[in-house]
Design a binder for this molecule. Structure first.
Ligand code: ABN
Length: 178
């Protein structure tokens, strides 16, 4: 047994260099450790594109909060917070959400219902400059400010510098918009 084992190791040592052996051993260890992760990574990637309840498929423009065609943006006029480090419902880090806003009504293609959307500006940092979106459905002149989207609503603690805009669902619209 001893002689057989010594023979095998000697012949292995003749055919391989130490560096090559270590390299192959390292590759096997790293590769082996990565294999169980792969299906998890695929599942996570698939989960990221799952529609939220009541939302259209995020693979379509009407369901993608970074697309101007996203259903909630029917009355928007500004840079999309979702392209600026925030989301369609939250402001980018370093900015503050305006407490006063203008509201619009958009139809959700998922259920065909109209929803009241609050377009809160994000304030206190230079204009984001990404994903400018101007759809203006239901926009009214600025002398009707609660329905006018062409107003800088940054008037709070963070100052008047406008960065971007969110689109937050307030509820189902119970009456036709006038
Ligand atoms: N509410 C969006 C916006 C900000 C600054 C100027 C015009 C419109």
């Amino acid at each position: 047994m001893d002689r057989w084992f010594a023979g095998v190791t000697r012949s292995l040592a003749r055919r391989t260099s130490r560096r090559g052996f270590l390299g192959r051993l390292g590759a096997a260890l790293v590769g082996g450790a990565a294999v169980p992760l792969l299906p998890v990574a695929r599942a996570a990637a698939a989960g990221a594109r799952e529609p939220a309840p009541g939302e259209p498929d995020p693979a379509t423009p009407e369901g993608d909060p970074q697309a101007c065609e996203y259903w909630r943006y029917c009355g928007v006029d500004g840079f999309l917070a979702s392209c600026c480090g925030g989301t369609h419902r939250s402001c980018p880090p370093g900015t503050e959400m305006s407490p006063v806003t203008w509201v619009g009504t958009c139809r959700n293609p998922e259920d065909g219902k109209d929803y009241v959307i609050s377009y809160n500006d994000c304030c206190g940092k230079n204009p984001c400059g990404r994903c400018f979106c101007s759809r203006n459905e239901g926009d009214k002149p600025v002398y009707y400010p609660s329905k006018a989207n062409d107003i800088n609503w940054c008037m709070g603690r963070a100052g008047v510098v406008y960065n971007s805009t969110t689109a937050i669902v307030l509820g189902v619209a119970t009456e036709p918009d006038r």
